[in-house]
Write a protein that binds this ligand. Sequence first.
Ligand code: AMP
Length: 288
Amino acid sequence: MPSKSKTRRPRLAHTLPALHRAIAELRRRNASLALVPTMGALHDGHLSLVRLAKRRANKVVVSIFVNPAQFAAHEDLSSYPRTWKEDVAKLTAEGVDLIWNPAAGIMYPDGFATRLAPEGPASAGLEDRIRPHFFGGVATVVCKLFTQTRPDFAIFGEKDYQQLKVVTQMSRDLDLRVKVVGAPVKRERDGLAMSSRNVYLSAEHRAAAPVLFRTLKECATRLRAGDAVADVMRDGGQEVTNAGFALDYLDARHAETLAPVTSPKDGPLRLLIAAKIGSTRLIDNIKV
Ligand code: AMP
């Protein structure tokens, strides 16, 4: 039986004054605060972040904002899944304290003219090469979310590994005093990383999709056994292509800096992949 406090609906804030009032109340008696930024269409991966947030802090805020600034014109902003009612029900069951759900005009009012230009991990040549627009939009909105909610912690998924590094760097560089915490990738039973975009997959493409994680695991095993990075990446790319994917990248990088590596001796490694099947683009990564 869920406890009574677990079933209390979170407060909802749609405007900045309402948000600031709600945060001030949550902060009474020196409560610590964790923020979980999302774009909604919540699945168990998002909820695992909420659970981690609850372990880190007394109070938890979840933001739901589909951020136009991180979508290029040809990307899926208008069709991005929106499931507000279900999202609120899931966050209620998790005992979240506050949902911050601004309209685009509140985040980016008329005349808005500032955009961060992150470097370092944001220019590693992975997602940034395929989506040059992306990390500027992410850094800008996350910086705003941090200054709006002023959390002690912010939880981000390792699912978006390069994004986790970009946001960590941004928080440090801009002295935002938010500790960015990474959460492990939550997967379906067959290994596919959970994603709001998985609903786009046809039955046939959904059946093919676990090849990404399978390939990452095989590549990691070979790298640990000492096989050459270039050979392993070539074979892994072939496997994914054979399963019907168009590969954007499969690469082994330094797990912290995301710098290219030639051998497992170059430091802790992370394998990252992005590939498209039909019109759905999927990303995944694992530790080596
Ligand atoms: P999104 O709503 O897709 O922007 O994701 C919001 C947050 O949830 C980001 O920090 C993601 O990295 C994280 N996230 C998304 N999918 C997963 C997953 N399968 N496992 C863990 N975290 C995830």
